[in-house]
Ligand binder design. Structure first.
Ligand code: 7TS
Length: 412
């Protein structure tokens, strides 16, 4: 592994005003980053600047404000294309987030390519938003949903995946880059290559990937990659779908309206070029413009250094949690992003979460929108701590100490 520069944690934390507050009389420790990350000052400034000086509808006006807004909006598209190494920014479609992107592909790709008897594969690690849209589509198209099982350590059973592909009926495989519940990083290059050998296309849910893992869509060779801006230090209500042009060109529009047309008559409407064909109506202009500084934030601090820091926190927290009686980590894959799920014996996860909140510590509890995965482990839910670049080892220590007191476990 190459030597990675250590990050300047004080400098980073100073960029996140929200961290500097007390919650329930204690310094806030925010460990719910897999749900949404906090936003740096540069993102807040960009939002403020846009509404103060540039607010206008895009692509339509010839006046100066409209030109400025359009320029900044399209600059974000270019920044995303560069960030994920897409061949062209025309293959980047703005969405509200992963859920919106998956629904777009399920609807549009489904209509164009899925026939009765075809099969769609998802994995047992998926978030509901990468399950339910495919179920809806399968019902509509008469297709069948198949599932890659999950091993005890939280990794995918690739032998079972190979068997599923051998039906030669699989049209599409949808898996996440990393699991939001367990942190498992999936071997997506391998998954794409296996699927392609059997003529299936692949959608990667990058909700937990983009802020933490290198993403080069050409090297991965995925057909679609979807992500949410709010999980990568950007505003809520933003996201994108990357799709290979060969598919996007052949797919019908998802929604009809303004922007997505070339010409409308009552007899026939022709559609706009990529990417606008899939962007009906006025988009979330301000937030998409403010997504650019979030990408810049990741680039400036270098994702490698950020990931390295998050891994150290994960390792530190995992080691300490193993020393607590009655606390069991769920998900022990070798390759994980900074997500730590655990089960506490004889305590409801919800109660643990509330007691931590009383100490100013924000974690997630419940099924994390992965009910089938929880069922696989015989659980209703877990407690989940998820790390971002601004978290510190001291915060982890306070968190584990509080957890130890709550569970009554003794540090060995
Ligand atoms: N896929 C994964 C892997 C996710 O983690 C999430 C959100 C989504 C899809 C949906 O993203 P959205 O931006 O469209 O809502 N995950 C979580 C979570 O773990 N806790 O809250 C939201």
């Amino acid at each position: 592994m190459s030597k990675v520069e250590a990050i300047d944690i004080r400098k980073i934390r100073a960029q996140f005003p929200v961290l500097n507050q007390q919650v329930n009389g204690k310094q806030l420790i925010y460990l719910d980053n897999a749900a949404t990350t906090q936003k740096p000052q540069s993102v807040l400034d960009k939002l403020d600047h846009y509404y103060r000086f540039d607010n206008a509808n895009i692509h339509r006006g010839i006046h100066t404000l409209a030109e400025r807004a359009t320029r900044d909006f399209e600059a974000t598209r270019k920044a995303i294309a560069d960030f994920i190494h897409a061949p062209s920014s025309e293959e980047i479609i703005f969405t509200k987030g992963v859920t919106d992107g998956v629904n777009l592909v399920a609807n549009s790709f489904g209509k164009a390519f899925v026939k009765p008897g075809d099969e769609i594969i998802v994995s047992g690690l998926e978030h509901h938003s990468n399950i339910v849209p495919w179920q809806l589509m399968c019902e509509e198209r008469g297709a069948k949903l198949r599932v890659i099982p999950v091993h005890e350590d939280g990794t995918l059973d690739l032998d079972a995946f190979r068997k599923l592909l051998s039906s030669e009926k699989v049209k599409l495989v949808a898996v996440n880059h990393a699991s939001n519940s367990l942190g498992t990083v999936n071997p997506i290059v391998k998954i794409c290559s296996l699927a392609h050998q059997h003529g299936a296309v692949v959608l990667i849910d990058g909700a937990q990937g983009l802020a933490h893992l290198p993403v080069n869509v050409q090297a991965i060779d995925c057909d679609f990659y979807v992500a949410s801006g709010h999980k990568m230090y950007g505003p809520t209500g933003t996201g994108f779908l990357y799709g290979k042009r060969e598919w996007l060109d052949k797919m019908p529009p998802y929604q009809g309206g303004g922007e997505m047309i070339k010409e409308v008559t009552f007899e026939k409407t022709t559609y706009n070029e990529l990417p606008y064909k899939f962007e009906a109506g006025t988009p979330n202009i301000a937030d998409i413009i403010a997504l650019a500084p979030a990408i810049q934030f990741i680039k400036e601090n270098t994702r490698e250094a950020m990931a390295n820091h998050e891994h150290q926190l994960l390792r530190h927290a995992s080691d300490k949690i193993r020393g607590l009686d009655g606390v069991r980590i769920i998900g022990n894959a070798v390759e994980k992003v900074g997500i730590l799920s655990f089960h506490v014996e004889n305590m409801h996860h919800f109660d643990v979460g509330q007691m931590l909140d009383a100490k100013g510590i924000a974690v997630r509890t419940g099924h994390h929108c992965t009910q089938p995965l929880m069922k696989r482990f015989g659980l209703e839910g877990t407690v989940r701590a998820s790390f971002a670049v601004y978290n510190t080892e001291e915060e982890v220590d306070v968190f584990i100490d509080a957890l130890g007191k709550i569970t009554g476990g003794l540090s060995r």
